[in-house]
Write a protein that binds this ligand. Sequence first.
Ligand SMILES: Nc1ncnc2c1ncn2[C@@H]1O[C@H](COP(=O)(O)OP(=O)(O)O)[C@@H](O)[C@H]1O
Ligand SMILES: CC(=O)N[C@@H](CCC(=O)OP(=O)(O)O)C(=O)O
Length: 291
Amino acid sequence: MHEAIAKADTLIEAMGWIRRFRGKTTVIKLGGSVLDDKDALMHILLDVIFMETVGMKPVIVHGGGKAINRALAEENIEPKFVQGRRYTDQATLEVVRRVLAGEVNQQLTEQIEHLGGRAMNLSVHTTNVLFGEVLKLESGEDLGRVGKITQVDRDVIEGLLYTDQVPVIPSVCEDGDGGVLNVNADTAAMAVAQALGAEKLVFLSDVNGVRRDKENPDTIIHSLSESESKAMIGNGQIASGMIPKVEACLETLDRGVGKVHIIDGRLRHSLLLEIYTSEGVGTEIYKDLNI
Ligand SMILES: Nc1ncnc2c1ncn2[C@@H]1O[C@H](COP(=O)(O)OP(=O)(O)O)[C@@H](O)[C@H]1O
Ligand SMILES: CC(=O)N[C@@H](CCC(=O)OP(=O)(O)O)C(=O)O
């Protein structure tokens, strides 16, 4: 009996934060690292279904870098990265399109349905919501068929949220000429969060947050300013796949999204903990105060 009362107490405690976030949009970016961890992924999707059930509006944007690497290896194509982004020739693009917009996108949607939620896959194979153009790096280096998002079909996404479905969006966009482009999933999540004016953007990865020493989990920084983030990218403390994530956080904060966090998708219920504990988990990136 005591146990049952404690459970009921927990529900009442949750009422405050459920009310606070009801009707608000959270964009959740799932990276290849958590997509590859079956157990972690199942718990993340259960958290997402819970959020939707209590009236929050979760939107999933996903990558799948590891699955792409495996598929490329099968075709003897050597992966190549420039500043954390994949150089994408035509053969690589075919693989990215098949794996991200096809397999991973469909598997995620089916798994949400299998776990009792309602989801809809929005990809270039079904209903596309991401449009863009070829990304040009300031350094002048060529990335091939890599895109940046210039437009998001907000109406389609909001229509799904209105009918209590979780939109599941891969990081592939259409260009204006009937072709598709490979987009880094962190930047795609940023574009979707901006277009929707999301309350939160959460990056779920395989690290506990941004660390001073990337090998040492104890050096996590819970609250990181814009200027310190830039300095850490400059001196190499923030490297590889963390660069597009932090850059996406900074750009998002410039464009009116409430909060941006990088959290550990392997930690059970990290998504719910992030929303309803005051200190949160992982790293929050904030804009410098202009004093
Ligand atoms: N300062 C840092 N703190 C934490 N992780 C870092 C840092 N610099 C580089 N990294 C690397 O970034 C990786 C996360 O990026 P990535 O592998 O692209 O994740 P995802 O697949 O979730 O997008 C970490 O696993 C880590 O190896
Ligand atoms: C241009 C570019 O880099 N595209 C990425 C898209 C997938 C992605 O970003 O996946 P993760 O989130 O798992 O890293 C790629 O081809 O790997």
